[in-house]
Ligand binder design. Structure first.
Ligand code: ADP
Ligand code: MG
Length: 241
């Protein structure tokens, strides 16, 4: 059985007096795809920031590969929810990729081209970054995270603002990376059908941890009503695997 790569135990976190996360415990095994679902403000992005070592929890422990997040930060690729970018900046897709910090010699043009090809942007290399569609831009962000070999890739709502076809392509790409590179993937998503299709496990978060487990057993009508307050029956009837 695969070993745990992420181990979170009794984690609580507050911004000043405001408690954003309350007693979270779960483990992620190497090679898994895990989705985090929960309403706005439920602490999803905060949890990711703790996992990558940006925030230090006041209570509980977070271990990545048995070490503190800060120690293994270089082994984690992060595709943030919002990437601030001025679309007027006259930079091409290739030039943007080449800006990424250079570690070994794997930043040679050939490597960049190979990665762009992998994310389906081979013919966009010379195109201005600002002229890409939302889905294409997101794929550049993913490509940037793929320049280095990572053990864990973290995606914060990778398909928000992208149409349904673009969304499918993004998740197919994540699945492909997961399969070929054996990378553990952690994804915040609002798309329950997608979570059902791609995730090995799902964490339902609303400051507290509502549940954690396989999507087909975890995403029940009761859970969804508790989590989002929506009519979950509507979702369930469309989701027989
Ligand atoms: P989600 O990603 O699930 O929408 P967040 O993790 O971004 O939620 O935020 C969880 C809660 O913590 C929200 O109520 C948000 O307003 C608050 N919060 C997030 N970041 C900060 C911060 N830097 N300072 C103070 N409060 C914050
Ligand atoms: Mg968020």
């Amino acid at each position: 059985m695969a070993e745990n790569i992420i181990e979170i135990k009794n984690l609580s976190f507050s911004f000043g007096n405001y408690q954003a996360l309350d007693d979270i415990s779960f483990n992620i095994k190497k090679g898994e795809i895990v989705a985090i679902i929960g309403p706005n403000g439920s602490g999803k992005t905060t949890l990711l920031n703790i996992i990558i070592g940006n925030y230090k929890p006041q209570t509980g422990s977070v271990l990545i590969k048995k070490q503190l997040p800060k120690k293994v930060r270089q082994k984690i690729g992060y595709v943030p929810q919002k990437f601030q970018f001025d679309r007027e900046i006259p930079i091409t897709v290739y030039e943007f990729m080449a800006l990424e910090k250079c570690e070994q010699d794997n930043h040679r043009p050939r490597h960049i081209k190979k990665i762009l090809e992998q994310v389906g942007l081979k013919n966009k290399q010379k195109q201005k970054l600002g002229s890409l569609s939302g889905g294409q831009f997101q794929r550049v962000m993913i490509a940037r995270a793929l320049l280095h070999e990572k053990d864990i890739l973290i995606f914060d709502e990778p398909s928000s603002g992208i149409d349904i076809v673009g969304e499918q392509t993004i998740y197919d790409l994540i699945k492909d990376i997961n399969q070929t590179r054996k990378t553990t993937c952690l994804i915040v998503s609002h798309e329950l059908n997608i979570v059902n299709k791609y995730a090995d496990n799902v964490l339902c978060l609303n400051k507290k941890m509502l549940c954690y487990g396989k999507p087909e057993t975890t995403i029940s009508p009761q859970t969804l009503t508790e989590l989002f307050g929506i009519n979950a029956g509507l979702y369930h009837s469309h989701n027989h695997k």
